[in-house]
Design a binder for this molecule. Structure first.
Ligand SMILES: [Zn+2]
Length: 234
């Protein structure tokens, strides 16, 4: 075994030059072999990227096979409970989350977010139908889902059309989280105890406001803004 006299890298038997530093190899005991394959390929080639349609097809077949396998398993075991129904619903929800963005190029994010939230709503509706719980679905899950369907795209639309900076976007997201928590608690309280008694949502809202204040200060003070931009590469 021989090593490069310059950089010490291990050399192939018969190598005529060091693969790392190109120092010529002079070894009287070994005949240089120009046909010896080098350490690195001489031609650069790139692996073709996976097509989006193929990825969508692969993902769809994976989700479908999980649903079918669980359905068959359900037929054989525990056939008195249709548990595979819920797995199938979850797979359908995952399909809506991941496959349309692969198939439709340049899909608007707000359309995607709305679809995602609607898919969650549809899945919860499926559970409600299966468990005979349409009353809690209509009074509880549906209003929360509608709140999410309204808040998320509106938030995205504001950030996008106003070309908000990262700091302003973070403040808007925190405000949306606070608002959504308040709405969720309101809907839950109205359903469960008949009146609104703000509790955990106030803690969430206070935390969001508390986190927003330093961000607003950083946004307002030019020297802090510059420092944040430098430190976080914004
Ligand atoms: Zn070398």
């Amino acid at each position: 075994m021989s090593y490069c006299v310059n950089c010490g890298v291990e050399l192939n038997p018969g190598a005529i030059a060091c693969p790392l530093c190109s120092t010529p190899v002079v070894n009287p005991n070994c005949h240089p072999d120009a046909a010896e394959p080098g350490f690195f390929p001489s031609r650069k080639e790139e692996v073709a990227p996976v097509s989006r349609r193929e990825a969508a097809l692969l993902l769809s077949s994976m989700l479908l096979s999980v649903a079918i396998c669980c359905g068959l398993l359900n037929l054989v075991f525990y056939s008195h409970i249709w548990w595979s129904f819920f797995i199938g619903g979850a797979m359908a929800m995952l399909w809506v989350w991941f496959v349309p963005p692969l198939l439709i190029k340049g899909m608007f994010i707000w359309v995607r977010l709305t679809l995602d939230v609607l898919a969650v709503g549809a899945y919860v509706c499926l559970i409600a139908v299966a468990l005979d719980g349409m009353d809690w679905f209509l009074a509880l899950a549906l209003p929360i889902n509608v709140a999410a369907v309204v808040i998320i795209p509106v938030l995205y639309w504001i950030i996008r059309t106003r070309r908000c900076s990262l700091l302003v976007s973070a403040v808007l997201v925190l405000m949306a989280i606070g608002l959504f928590s308040m709405l969720t608690e309101y809907i839950c309280d109205r359903y469960l105890i008949g009146e609104w008694t703000p509790g955990w949502a106030l803690v969430v809202l206070a935390s969001c406001v508390g986190l927003s204040i330093p961000l607003i200060i950083v946004r307002r003070v030019p020297s802090l803004r510059e420092e944040a931009r430098r430190r976080f590469h914004m």
